[in-house]
Write a protein that binds this ligand. Structure first.
Ligand code: ISL
Length: 523
């Protein structure tokens, strides 16, 4: 049993792309079950499972047409229950994605809602005679979609096939509570709440979301007795130093923690090719960590998810120094202060994938962007931007072996060179290094209960310290260029992603030092 949330080490599973057990081209629950030993050996103790619900698949499962039904390609309810028990038997908690802001337009509520203005479900969604503002959809175009049947517009913050629910309607809130309860009764341990800050809107504001009822709605949902001991993490793009306390103060009974994105919003939009500076990433991570420490809630620590390009390609070097980049980023992720979230494949150092034709892409956001930009610049540079930032990058099937398989998405372009089988048998295994990092985090309470302190941040490296009682660890994380190493005195090296420690730091070198105790000093 985990005593504190900071003892959690999450691993995000994107079910469609994790492991396909029956060769139909879509990952499934039986595939996940077969890989539980792999996850257990890695050392994680919690999983977040992305949507597997019934869905037309316009936004890869984030367009749900029935919250209680499972996409038959992914499995059955029996498979689901077996998977959850299997996780639990192996000491792994499971949280699910809770997509509260919108449903698929194929959901029966929407189908009813669009029939007529006086349909009992009309008010489940947000209908207007004319658009009350100029909100834009994240996937391009106006967020107000005209519907010919009734001559009105409905709000869709994402694809036109994803209609925003009207949380002002108490019936909608009751329905959503019932969805939460349904899955809690199946034994899940909590939820990752998709774009949670969008559920309350202020239509007179230029910004969609963070409306006046946001916090009351969250409290009404998760402040209930049966949610007392669950883990909840809100995807809250609006989370700032000013409002983090509102989401995460324990006494307010809203959320355990939030995903805030300041450290990943550095590159002028996802399709902007320049690499963001690791110095800024570290700076922002530590700033956020302090915000959360001040309110006494655990921060989330993450560099990837199913919406983000692979971190090795985005922030570091995915060719010559791929091993070093992946392991150094792993150190930052796992030894920083908070609850780490690994994304599937990160423990192998998967990189972005490369494709030359738009027909090889599936992601709604990528296709929306292509639709807008196509013809404005030359095709090659447009495809380069797409390859760099596309949300398909993290969604390729996990390459378990060198052999590609037919799947719902184009194969990972570097599968021959980078795959699980090869990594596990390699002398420089990213997985093995992650295992050591996780083992260290579990062994030393410093990393879960200890203090966190920035020691030095230069253009060349970042040093942070974790300490508890007499124990002190210094983590040195080098950015891309060789540079003079910081002097860490009276300390022994407990982990290093290079074979030696020199006067100079090597590109993406990660060194974990432990301060010598008094007795060791005398030796
Ligand atoms: O990352 C983003 C900003 O460019 C968006 O791609 C993303 O849509 C945003 O983070 C919200 O994400 C969540 O809700 C979306 C879904 O497409 C994402 O996969 C999900 O994580 C709509 O449900």
């Amino acid at each position: 049993m985990l005593k504190t949330d900071k003892e959690r080490i999450f691993y995000q599973i994107y079910p469609k792309s994790f492991c396909d057990s029956n060769g139909d081209g879509v990952g499934d629950f039986r595939g996940i079950i077969s890989k539980i030993p792999y996850l257990k050996e890695l050392g994680i103790n919690s999983v977040w499972i992305s949507p597997f619900f019934e869905s037309p698949g316009v936004d890869s499962g984030y367009d749900i047409s029935d919250y209680r039904a499972i996409d038959p390609q992914i499995g059955t309810m029996d498979d689901f229950e077996e998977m959850v028990s299997c996780f639990h038997e192996n000491g792994i908690d499971a949280i699910l994605d809770f997509v509260a802001n919108h449903t698929s337009t194929e959901h029966v509520w929407f189908k009813e809602s669009e029939k007529s203005k006086d349909n009992p479900f009309r008010n489940y969604y947000i209908w207007r005679k004319t658009p009350p503002n100029e909100w834009e959809s994240t996937f391009g175009g106006s967020a107000w979609e005209y519907d010919e049947k009734t001559g009105e517009y409905y709000l869709r913050s994402f694809a036109k096939e994803q209609a925003d629910l009207n949380w002002e309607n108490p019936k909608v809130r009751q329905e959503m509570q019932a969805v939460v309860d349904f899955w809690l009764e199946k034994g899940v341990n909590g939820f990752r709440c998709d774009v949670l800050d969008l559920i309350s809107k202020d239509f007179s504001s230029p910004i969609n979301g963070s409306g006046p009822q946001l916090h009351p709605y969250i409290r009404e949902l998760f402040g209930r007795e049966n949610c007392k001991n669950i883990f909840t993490v809100g995807e809250c793009w609006s989370a700032t130093k000013e409002n983090a306390q509102l989401f995460c103060d324990k006494n307010r009974k809203e959320l355990t923690t939030v995903f805030a994105f300041q450290h990943l919003c550095l590159d002028n939009g996802r399709f902007y090719i320049e690499k963001p500076s690791l110095k800024t990433v570290c700076e922002r991570m530590s700033k956020w960590q302090k915000v959360m420490a001040d309110i006494g809630a655990p921060a989330t620590v993450f560099l990837e998810n199913h919406d983000q390009a692979r971190s090795v390609s985005r922030f570091a070097d995915d060719t010559k120094y791929r091993f070093e980049s992946a392991t150094a980023l792993g150190g930052l992720l796992l030894l920083h202060d908070g609850v780490p979230f690994l994304y599937q494949g990160q423990e192998i150092g998967f990189t972005n994938s490369y494709h030359t034709d738009i027909s090889e892409f599936d992601d709604a956001e990528t296709l929306g962007y292509y639709g807008i930009e196509h013809g404005k610049t030359d095709e090659r540079s447009l495809m380069e931007k797409i390859n760099f930032g596309s949300r398909d990058n993290p969604r390729h099937m996990i390459a378990w072996t060198a052999e590609t398989q037919e799947a719902w998405i184009a194969p990972y372009s570097r599968q021959k060179e980078i795959n699980v089988e090869k990594d596990l048998s390699s002398e420089k295994s990213v997985y093995a290094f992650y295992q050591s990092l996780i083992a260290l985090r579990k062994k030393e309470k410093c990393f879960t209960e200890g203090e966190f302190q920035d020691v030095e941040l230069t253009d060349g490296y970042y040093v942070f310290k974790r300490a508890l009682g007499e124990k002190e660890f210094f983590i040195v994380f080098a950015f891309g260029k060789e540079c003079v190493a910081p002097k860490i005195q009276n300390a022994k090296v407990v982990l290093n992603n290079y074979n030696d420690v020199g006067k100079m730091l090597q590109p993406y070198q990660l060194i974990v030092y432990q301060k010598k105790g008094k007795r060791e000093d005398e030796k």
